[in-house]
Design a protein around this ligand. Structure first.
Ligand SMILES: [Zn+2]
Length: 186
């Protein structure tokens, strides 16, 4: 198999992700066979104007699913990456999370937004094998001092759900989504 994520950057963690988790990601989500995923610096992104990349976002994704060819971008702001002191495993976890967004859109279109979309993408990253690394990344982001209270609450919620549901199966996914839905209602 070729690389799952075509690395258009000099960031070694993208290659490490491919080597360590590429095959597992495809086993879990065979849909990925049909999607070309490029990792690019934000300045090289073909879709920068369509992304609302905030000044504190190290990562974003672009995936327009409605018309083939299926080409997705994982967009990386290296300045933020360095500023928030993200290390190799943090970056691998973030890539898995962004791939989670892409799979989620491939499977469900745009029916999930907001926190539910984040939790679902965390879930894919967890299934790919990067749950602990993702928890550590989210804690790092939570502690970096660049995020507002609203965002901090989301980080807390995401960390809580990852810790509360260590099983990576579809039942856990459904339980997480049900929990979120219940909280929105009350
Ligand atoms: Zn996300």
């Amino acid at each position: 198999m070729g690389d799952l994520v075509l690395n258009k950057t000099y960031i070694e963690a993208v290659n490490d992700f491919n080597r360590l988790y590429g095959q597992k990601a495809i086993n879990i989500c065979p849909e990925l066979y049909n999607i070309t995923i490029n990792a690019v610096y934000h300045n090289d992104s073909q879709h920068l104007s369509e992304l609302n990349l905030n000044s504190n976002d190290a990562f974003a994704y672009y995936f327009y699913y409605e018309v083939p060819p299926k080409i997705a971008e994982i967009v990386i702001n290296e300045e933020v990456l360095l500023r928030q002191r993200m290390e190799n495993e943090d970056i691998q976890a973030a890539i898995a999370h962004e791939i989670g967004h892409i799979i989620s859109i491939e499977n469900h279109g745009d029916c999930y937004g907001g926190l539910a979309a984040e939790v679902l993408s965390d879930d894919y990253a967890s299934k790919i094998g990067l749950r602990n690394q993702l928890i550590s990344l989210l804690k790092k982001m939570k502690g970096c001092g660049e995020y507002c209270d609203f965002q901090l609450r989301w980080f807390e919620k995401r960390i809580g759900l990852l810790e509360k549901f260590p099983a990576d199966d579809d039942i856990a996914t459904i339980a997480k989504m049900a929990l979120l839905l219940g909280e929105y209602k009350s």
